[in-house]
Design a protein around this ligand. Structure first.
Ligand SMILES: *Cc1c(COP(=O)(O)O)cnc(C)c1O
Length: 373
């Protein structure tokens, strides 16, 4: 029999846990014993493997997804006076990276079903200052790249993919991060694969690759000759060694995430007031998050459901409770319109645990608690 309101009676299921094991441990020990802790051979090997995995020619590893985005924008020449179109429904780093360059983020509302940029709303936001579109593949679902790419080509705009939640996600055999001009990934511990902290940039353009390496390393090609102002955005060998092992497991991780998601979809369909994730045809969603909507037709409010699940020993997450344009930090950033779809999503979304190590028993427990509300 289930003990009510007693978290200690059963193992708490958190919203996410990184999947690292003995392979990663051994790899880290090898680096520590080598004495080469900072960026060198492990980082270059990881970049090669990641580029190959995504189908990109080049990859540049960085210290985080945020620094990947910043470096990517700089390499494309985005700066003061430029506008970059992006989504208000994302982790704040997507928009912050635009601000770091001196450019202005111009928000475009999302599609209600996919949570990604709504391509039909983009063109009216293009001005003569618009330089790029920064699209996010939120929760692991690729954005509508066909439509967005068409708009970018037509208006001669650069296209940046924030693939920080979409490692291995695919549209018609093309991997996210290798579709636009440049792709950025994060390896934070909750992402589909991790290096602790870390990020990477993918591109097919050699000139961008060369620029990115300078931006990452204080504008230095020859030791202590600094031809431009850069940063220290390097990844360590320790992180890269973890990344090499994680990349080998990424497809297995993603398959497990998808199978967990399919279990939820099968079990939670037809519950009044619960809206399940939508996956367009020929899109592979890698379920960085399994995100439902809790609408006013559900028996509990979203906040009551969060509470109830927590009392039953189940962790959840709200990604994201406040869209970027409504953040205090953005109160002085000019917004040219309202974003009702993003605001509604922020009020309704709820993410359930979907990480690869979840057992069938745990999934069944989560489903049964929701069904019995
Ligand atoms: C995680 C994330 C980032 C930032 O990555 P960090 O490694 O945490 O700096 C950027 N954009 C999105 C959409 C993310 O989910």
């Amino acid at each position: 029999m289930r003990e009510k309101n007693n978290i200690d009676m059963k193992k708490f299921i958190p919203i996410a846990i990184p999947s690292v094991g003995s392979h990663e441990e051994r790899a880290v020990i090898n680096v520590l014993r080598s004495g080469q802790l900072a960026q060198s051979e492990y980082v270059y090997a990881f970049e090669k493997a990641f580029a190959q995995y995504t189908g990109s020619k080049y990859a540049v590893a960085t210290s985080s997804g945020t620094t990947a985005l910043h470096a990517a924008l700089l390499s494309l020449g985005v700066g003061k006076g430029d506008e970059v179109i992006t989504t208000p429904f994302t982790f704040i780093a997507s928009a912050n990276a635009i601000l770091y360059t001196g450019a202005t983020p111009v928000f475009v509302d999302i599609d209600e079903k996919t949570y990604n940029l709504n391509p039909t709303l983009i063109e009216r936001k293009i001005t003569k200052r618009t330089k790029a579109i920064l699209t996010v593949h939120l929760f692991g679902l690729p954005a509508d790249m066909e439509a967005i790419n068409k708009i970018a080509r037509k208006s001669n705009l650069l296209l940046i993919e924030d693939a920080c939640q979409a490692h291995g996600a695919v549209i018609k055999n093309r991997k996210c991060g290798a579709i636009g001009d440049i792709g950025c990934f994060s390896f934070y511990p909750t992402k589909n694969m991790t290096t602790g902290e870390g990020g990477i940039i993918t591109t097919n353009k050699k000139a961008l690759w060369e620029k990115l390496k300078l931006i990452r390393e204080h504008g230095m090609k020859i030791r202590y000759h600094h031809d431009s102002i850069g940063y220290n955005y390097r990844m360590t060998n320790i992180e890269a060694a973890i990344g090499i092992e994680q990349l080998k497991k990424l497809d297995t991780f993603n398959r497990k995430r998808i199978s967990n998601a399919n279990f939820y979809i099968k079990e939670l369909k037809n519950i009044k007031g619960i809206v399940l994730p939508y996956v367009p045809k020929e899109y592979m969603h890698v379920f960085h998050q399994f995100t439902i909507r809790v609408t006013k037709d559900f028996a509990l409010t979203r906040e009551q459901l969060v509470d109830h699940l927590r009392k039953e020993g189940i962790g959840t997450g709200i990604y994201y409770p406040i869209p970027v344009h409504l953040q205090k930090a953005y109160k002085n950033i000019k917004k040219s319109s309202r974003f009702p779809v993003a605001e509604k999503a922020a009020n309704e979304v709820l993410s359930l645990p979907v990480y690869p190590q979840l057992s069938k028993k745990e999934l069944e427990r989560i489903v049964s608690v929701i069904k019995n509300v």
